[in-house]
Design a binder for this molecule. Structure first.
Ligand code: FCB
Length: 455
């Protein structure tokens, strides 16, 4: 039960991203994104689903704005599909119908008193840019600056909250080490690190462009962060946990807020022969200064904590596991709300961050509509409620958090999981495209009406 109200101007919102909801994969001059390509490769996505139609938000957006209005959110985080604006990434001038689509969406949001938070890169970069090397190539920095210039030039009179990138870790690690995301490379640490660096550099390079075009706006970046804990007290697990923390959290936070990279990471990877020292020559003089330019806010996406077991050591050589996960969501992610509190307190202590938004927090549960078309997703309500409670505790203890965006407004294309994992406050029937608000939608609506107090 959440008893205290939140600060008066606290922003309650929901979030989505372009590839996950829009569909209309080639409408009005849109080019192919890397996700268009990747989701059509056999076996990459559960059930071989793809985002060709998704929620068809590109056509059904007036309905979705009505639902946002009904929900009562003060803010809505959406992302722009880069290949709608620059179909191949290489054009000199933007594709105007693409800009028009977002322009009318934004006008409508504002008419309904909903503040648009725009993410410029929520992973669906033009395939044409991937074809010339993608994020491991420094050319991406200029391409991103050009894209952010044109978008902010066209929308910046009305949009005042900008997020450059969503979760660089996922692009860098899942794309080049884990191999689950496009371009699907495995164990390529040199490319993974170059990707992280170019994402951060392009963030820093675009800050001034956006601020010039969009007066009195704020520009931030969204990171997926998580606290981690060793599964046992063995030196293997402790060391591996440190490495995990550095590559997930510090690799991004340190350059953004301390103008330095965690040397430990490069030393560790070199020792393990996963990189050569010469691989990190993508860091050029002045880059860290650019990356560390003042960022107005940090977007934090939080889902779970990580319990770390060193997989390289035989189980019988390691100590017995002492920390086991508690209850999990349908995604298999542990529910651990206290970790949100711990994370926020830690980043406040370690970094000079002036403003935070929780840009994503949510859970996958697949509860279907009952015979009366009611979706009783009580576990989702409990998930959000328990996390918002810990967020409130963190705010009381001094964390400068100014908003919370529930992931997600509606069920959507959940990347490699396809349509099989549902995060929405609204049920989407992916055949008929009907939208049905779940019980969590009504719970969140009432929470917003009472500014965070549960009734
Ligand atoms: C995050 C992504 C978002 C969504 C949630 C469940 O990592 O930013 O698009 O898929 O996970």
């Amino acid at each position: 039960m959440i008893n205290n109200k939140f600060p008066k101007d606290f922003l309650w919102g929901t979030a989505t991203s372009s590839y996950q909801i829009e569909g209309a994969m080639d409408a009005d001059g849109k080019g192919k994104s890397v996700w268009d390509t990747y989701s059509h490769l056999s076996g990459k996505i559960q059930n071989n689903d793809n985002g060709d139609v998704a929620c068809d938000h590109y056509n059904l957006w007036p309905k979705d704005i009505k639902l946002l209005k009904k929900l009562g959110v003060k803010a809505y985080r959406l992302s722009i599909s880069w290949p709608r604006i620059f179909p191949s990434g290489h054009e000199k001038a933007p594709n105007l119908p693409g800009l028009d689509f977002y322009s009318q969406l934004i006008d409508n949001l504002l008419e309904n008193n909903i503040k648009p938070f725009i993410t410029l890169n929520h992973w669906d970069i033009p395939q044409g840019l991937e074809d010339i090397g993608g994020w491991p190539s420094r050319d991406m920095v200029d391409a991103f600056v050009k894209y952010s210039y044109y978008v902010s030039d066209n929308l910046g009179d009305r949009v005042k909250n900008w997020i450059t990138h969503n979760e660089p870790y996922c692009i860098s690690y899942l794309g080049y080490v884990h191999g689950q995301f496009p371009p699907g490379l495995k164990d390529n640490w040199p490319k993974s690190l170059a990707t992280a660096h170019h994402l951060l550099l392009s963030h820093g390079m675009s800050i001034n462009e956006i601020r010039n075009n969009s007066k009195e706006s704020e520009v931030g970046i969204t990171l997926n962060l998580a606290p981690s804990t060793p599964a046992s007290n063995s030196t293997y697990d402790i060391e591996h946990c440190k490495f995990f923390d550095v590559q997930l959290n510090q690799l991004y936070l340190d350059p953004l807020y301390k103008k330095s990279y965690p040397e430990y990471l490069f030393d560790y990877l070199t020792k393990k022969r996963l990189i050569k020292k010469s691989d990190i020559n993508f860091i050029k003089p002045g880059d860290l200064e650019t990356i560390g330019k003042k960022t107005d806010f940090l977007g934090v996406n939080f889902y779970s904590r990580a319990i770390i077991r060193d997989q390289d050591i035989a189980e019988d050589k390691n100590l017995p596991i002492e920390v086991t996960p508690g209850e999990k969501t349908d995604f298999g992610w542990e529910i651990h709300p206290r970790s949100l509190y711990n994370l926020l307190i830690r980043i406040k202590k370690d970094y000079p961050i002036e403003k935070i938004y929780i840009t994503e927090n949510g859970c996958a549960y697949n509860d279907p509509p009952d015979k009366n078309n009611i979706i009783n997703d009580s576990k989702r309500i409990e998930y959000h409620s328990s996390h918002i409670k810990e967020l409130k505790n963190a705010i009381i203890d001094g964390v400068p958090c100014k908003g919370y965006f529930a992931w997600s407004l509606m069920d959507n294309f959940e990347w490699c999981e396809g349509f099989g994992k549902r995060f929405g406050l609204i049920w989407v029937d992916f055949e008929s495209l009907e939208r049905v608000p779940k019980q969590s939608f009504f719970w969140y609506k009432s929470l917003i009406e009472n500014n965070g107090k549960e009734t």
